[in-house]
Ligand binder design. Structure first.
Ligand code: 13P
Length: 131
């Protein structure tokens, strides 16, 4: 079976939360094909030495690129820790990404509680593929 393909994205005030979350679940994420927006991907590589396919930074079109991968059927899960308290200049791109997740019924976690639930699901996929 192909590795689960997971997009990891975090706004600036949520980047530490995402790094900590991925670190805590590294035994799951290291068996996934990881994608990230530019700066998030750089953090993941530098702090956790994880191989990540990085697209452009979110404000420069990265969310749209992740959305395009979804449309092409190349993404299985999206973990997107948004900052709900800070206005983003690229809000339309963020909405488009989330909309595409809904159109295509792709699991999307926008907070840590839901991200935990997605990790449970990813673990069970990895476990069943071992059998
Ligand atoms: O802005 C983002 C998502 O909307 C994240 O982009 P970066 O990972 O490049 O900071």
């Amino acid at each position: 079976m192909e590795k689960p393909r997971v997009a990891l994205i975090a706004h600036d005030k949520k980047k530490i939360d995402l790094i900590m979350f991925v670190k805590e679940n590294i035994e799951t994420f290291k068996f996934c094909e990881l994608y990230a927006t530019g700066t998030t991907g750089k953090f993941l590589r530098e702090k956790l030495s994880l191989p990540v396919n990085a697209v452009h930074s979110g404000p420069l079109g990265g969310d749209i690129q992740i959305g395009a991968l979804l449309v092409e059927g190349k993404m299985d899960f999206v973990i997107f820790l948004r900052d709900p308290l800070t206005a983003q200049p690229h809000e339309p791109d963020i909405s488009a990404l989330m909309r595409v997740c809904d159109v295509l019924n792709i699991p999307l976690a926008t907070n840590l509680a839901t991200a935990e639930a997605l990790v449970v699901e990813i673990k069970s996929i990895l476990k069943s593929s071992e059998l």
